[in-house]
Ligand binder design. Structure first.
Ligand code: NAD
Ligand code: WQD
Length: 336
């Protein structure tokens, strides 16, 4: 199958491109390199033996996106990763986030409709649940008012897709990721945060390698066993594999509804201190950290109910927390 991977030189997109090619699919990547580097194409080629086709342009540009689809109307499925993703930046620059994330999706859906491309897998996020009342959180839990413009773009995008499937032949799967971390075992591709990382895992590895003085642990007064916040961390390669399963499900007509939603997590929650302990255990590195106040907007605890994804997709996250933290470290060292 020929699959368009938007944002395919990015963190999750690059790992997914590898898994798609390893499964025998043909990959076309579109990325404007706003948060990635085209060297990633060399990495994908090195790992999988195939260099994916690549076009560099901004998907929020309607004319360019329409032109791309006219030239590529043999695409069977689209996995849409391309988006801005920094929560804090989205609060500062909401219009930039709405323009980029919403316009791109609308342009892609228009291109799909005009060229009879029917299958769209969309990158959503557990952020749509806010702080859920019940844990683990199932796909049926209510979507709560977004804490940030970024989170809101994910909610609005899910609604746009859900509305579009009602009046077109387009079908959609929204995958709600929990906290993707780690890197490919080859350490040839991984996460490339620009500037000071916002997320926990790259901050840990950058601290351990000496790029940052110490990690700030945001809050130890949460209602959790050790007082630090709990998340469901998932290995990026497990996450990537779920995309292959999802796009194959669509193309092979296995969907039960025209718009489906799946949680992608491991079902296990780890506190910030437990992640630090895992990092120290798996790598033998001591981590410098200090407890500071809570970060505004953070939820206390969230982890996925994975039953629906496990049963319906026939997919299960396989890699444990130590494998995640070790692979993130191997990638950090390879970046030196
Ligand atoms: P990333 O920034 O590494 O990858 C996104 C890619 O999209 C980048 O290469 C960027 O250059 C590209 N891009 C952005 N806007 C574009 C546009 N208008 N046109 C063309 N290319 C564009 O991010 P990621 O971590 O790989 O995330 C991928 C997707 O998953 C995003 O939609 C993100 O919101 C979502 N997501 C990520 C996480 C996470 O923790 N990483 C969690 C939940 C959901
Ligand atoms: C994890 C935990 C922090 C950094 C964000 C987005 C979410 C999704 C994934 C895209 C929290 C703590 C972190 C640090 C810390 N992205 N932490 N010190 O906040 O769960 O989710 O990324 O959709 O939408 O909000 O991930 O990695 O930032 O934080 O103590 O320097 O680590 O407080 O408890 P988060 P994260």
């Amino acid at each position: 199958m020929k699959i368009l991977v938007t944002g395919g030189t990015g963190y999750i997109g690059s790992h997914t491109a590898v898994e798609l090619q390893n499964s025998g699919h043909e990959v076309v990547i579109v990325d404007n390199l706003s948060n990635s580097d085209n060297n990633v194409l060399n990495g994908i080629e090195k790992i999988s033996g195939i260099r994916p086709e690549f076009e560099e342009f901004d998907l929020s540009d309607q004319a360019k996106t329409a032109d791309f689809f006219k030239r590529h109307n043999d695409i069977e499925g689209i996995i849409h990763f391309a988006a801005h993703k920094a929560v804090g930046e989205s609060v500062e620059k909401p219009l930039m986030y709405y323009r980029n994330n919403i316009f791109s999706l609308v342009n892609i859906l228009q291109g799909m409709k005009d060229n009879e491309i029917e299958n769209l897998v969309f990158s959503s996020s557990c952020t749509v649940y806010g702080q859920p009342e019940q844990l683990p959180v199932t796909e049926n839990a209510p979507v709560q008012k977004a804490e940030s413009p970024y989170g809101n773009t994910k909610q609005i995008s899910e609604e746009i897709i859900s509305d579009t499937v009602k009046s077109t032949k387009i079908k959609g799967i929204a995958l709600r990721y929990f906290n993707p971390i780690g890197a490919h075992e080859s350490a040839i591709i991984g996460e490339l945060p620009i500037g000071v990382p916002n997320n926990l895992m790259p901050f840990i590895t950058q601290t351990a390698i000496g790029k940052r003085e110490f990690l700030r642990v945001f809050g130890d007064d949460y209602n959790t066993p050790d007082g630090t916040a709990i998340r469901d961390y998932i290995h990026v390669v497990d996450l990537a594999k779920a995309h292959v399963v999802a796009v194959e499900r669509m193309v092979n007509d296995k969907m039960k509804k025209d718009f489906e939603v799946f949680n992608l997590g491991t079902g296990k929650g780890y506190s910030v201190l437990e992640v630090i302990k895992s990092f120290e255990r798996s790598t033998g590195q001591k981590l410098n950290y200090q407890i500071v106040g809570r970060r505004p907007g953070d939820v206390e605890k969230v982890w996925a109910d994975t039953q629906f994804a496990n049963e319906e997709l026939g997919w299960k996250a396989e890699k444990g927390i130590d494998e995640m933290t070790l692979s993130a470290w191997e990638w950090e060292k390879a970046l030196e």
